[in-house]
Design a protein around this ligand. Sequence first.
Ligand code: OVP
Length: 395
Amino acid sequence: MSFPSLTIDPFDEEFLSDPFAYHDELREAGAVVWLKKYDCYAMARFAEVQAALKDWQTYISGRGVGLADFAREEPWRPASLLLETDPPLHDRTRGLMNKVASLASLRALMPVWRTKADALVAEVILKGEIDAVEALAEAFPLRVFPELIGLREEGLEHLIPYGTTAFNGFGPRNRILEQSMADAQEAIAWVAESCKRENLKSGGWGMQVYESADRGDCSPEEAERLVRSFLTAGVDTTVNGIANLIHAFAENREEWAKLRADPSLAKRAIEESLRWGGVVQTFFRTTSRDVATDGGMIPEGSKVLLFLAAANRDPRKWEDPDRFDISRNAGGHVGFGFGIHQCLGQMVARLEAEAVLCALLAQVTEIHATGTPQRRLNNTLYALAELPVSLTPAG
Ligand code: OVP
């Protein structure tokens, strides 16, 4: 074994509670490292992570983007037709989903989302001290996303627990995964039902996937599985993205003052929060061939853990990387991935964040922490359980 071998467990509770404390060690150890505990390789530097994401022929997704190798073990649910596939299948499904999740259909919604965010912030601000996770980060996506997809109203409380379990499912079968699986049985059944055509409202993105199937772009069975991707990837991610954004400003109050002085920085601030926050910490790939690297050869069929969040704070790429600085151009971060699998819903995520941020800007002069934020440990997401803040009303 020619690669530096580390005993570090990136899925244990200590690591997941404060992953950034360990990323330096991973990046400094080498461009490619060996993780003894899981018999897998890992990359944590920006250049290597980005290059691996770009080289989809070598670092494939079809054997799963979690620790489990689908060539050796059955996935816990039928594989995603987007996330866990390679071309040519991936390009067909991605192509039809790109048309459904178009920027054009989102543009029309933006004023509606802005009004809803304004109303939510107006409600919340009256309460004084709040838990920003529940009151804003969970509440806002749940007010807009189900409607975007065209979900039935009954059972929406299952969306977050389902996402939580799916993201835990990319890690090892540790206690975190076992517990969330045990808790999510009802949510799993609800999501499966919700993906069926008869349970989707006309006009929503869910039904539009079936209409794409009607035109021959995919089979009805594939449509059902593709709708599942919206439900899996679209909620716990944006919830934590918004929580992270508020957390960033609560911890860096001078940045809030800076944004208030110049609201045209809002888009930059969101991008910077995506770089800094590390909501999606990691994804795996599997090597399709022996790969020669400077440090040695990675054999075919190896799992490689890519640390997106560590790449986004790599000092080789970013100046003062741990600093949340809304003046910085964070463009090019890999928080949404890179290459052919780059986040399909990234514009949904950005527009949700923008709606909430603009509502806060209009109505709140100060955001400050009133207690210690509590983490919710997840094998993939850097998630917040609780974020006590007080919002000072404007005027
Ligand atoms: C971050 C993602 C995450 C989880 C599930 C899926 C996609 C899916 O396609 O099911 S992207």
